[in-house]
Design a protein around this ligand. Structure first.
Ligand SMILES: [Ca+2]
Ligand SMILES: [Ca+2]
Length: 326
């Protein structure tokens, strides 16, 4: 255990020395529940989720999101349309889109404007056109038919669906139990008392078709006669060799992740994770085996540290690091 302590201390020391350079704001903790509906407002748990699972990401619930001359409106109060996309993309790809980024995007493009309670619906198609490649995401049209929306989800698609006064994601279909996965970014609203939850705290419910086939009305989750944007996903899960947390770069986070994984495994935890998304987790486990000997252990953490140190010093980022890595 002594060597783990030493390595962990080195990682911590280096992290604090170069944190500004190396923070990857998209890195998600392997402890993040899956599925999860990221919450929009502080009361519904947004800050609890953020601080526990994506602490480097900018806080969003009080981020201003005003229409025209409006003041005091925020992503937390009104950002459900944004979260209907964020939660679908996260469920399908393990990539967390910053709500602050998305809020700015809608403001700049004029989708968040006077006369619309959330966003102009053009947002859904335009975002997929502009950023869909990154997530293997394509826009597949829109419909106000609940039947059509559910058929799309059964065929492997995802929807951003408008219910009365709110937007949710219908993200998956369980054929065995004939249930649909609904992700709701505001799990404390009063309408939420009218359904049975799988994990209410994290906005997750597997629901029967009946719930959605109803005409949209206050207090319920019916989507018939309301707007659904439809998406398809064809995402390639990948991680560069040594990118153990799948953040898109090899850095100190990866050696920390490997140490954590190894320590949990040694302590007898079953199936320790490197990434919350089950598919990405498999990819990360392969990437974490830095010396390719089919075992993940301290040698891999050392190897990743060395690789990171080489890259960092060749970039001239942090001279101090050589003090810690032998
Ligand atoms: Ca990484
Ligand atoms: Ca290994």
């Amino acid at each position: 255990m002594e060597i783990i302590k030493k390595l962990a201390a080195a990682v911590l020391t280096i992290s604090s020395a170069v944190s500004i350079i190396t923070f990857d704001v998209q890195a998600v903790s392997p402890d993040t529940p899956y599925p999860i509906a990221w919450q929009q407002g502080e009361k519904s748990g947004a800050e609890l989720q953020r601080s526990a699972y994506i602490p480097e990401t900018e806080s969003w619930c009080h981020y201003p999101w005003n229409r025209g001359t409006e003041t005091g409106n925020t992503v937390g109060k009104a950002g459900c349309s944004l979260f209907s996309v964020i939660n679908g993309v996260y469920y399908r790809t393990g990539n967390f889109i910053s709500p602050v980024f998305l809020a700015d995007y809608t403001l700049e493009k004029g989708y968040r404007t006077e006369g619309y309670s959330g966003v102009k619906v053009e947002f859904f198609e335009e975002f997929a056109l502009e950023y869909g490649d990154e997530y293997g995401m394509t826009y597949a049209g829109n419909t106000d038919s609940a039947e059509e929306t559910l058929a799309h989800v059964r065929a492997g698609g995802v929807s951003s669906s408008n219910i009365y006064g709110h937007w949710v994601t219908i993200a998956d279909y369980d054929a065995e139990n004939d249930l649909y996965l609904m992700l709701d970014s505001s799990q404390l609203s009063t309408r939420c008392d009218n359904i049975e939850w799988t994990d209410r705290q994290n906005g997750v419910a597997w629901l029967s078709a009946d719930t959605f086939l109803e005409e949209g009305k206050s207090g319920y989750f019916g989507i018939d006669g309301r707007y659904s944007a439809l998406y398809n996903f064809d995402y390639t899960f990948s991680a560069e060799h040594c990118d153990a947390d799948g953040s898109g770069s090899v850095d100190l986070g990866d050696s920390s992740a490997v140490l954590g994984f190894y320590a949990k495994g040694s302590a007898g935890y079953e199936n320790p994770k490197l990434h919350p998304h089950p598919i990405q987790n498999d990819v990360c486990i392969e990437a974490a085996d830095a010396d390719s000997n089919s075992v993940i252990d301290i040698d891999d953490a050392k190897e990743i540290l060395s690789k990171y140190a080489e890259t960092a010093s060749s970039n001239g980022d942090a001279e101090q690091q050589s003090d810690f890595i032998e």
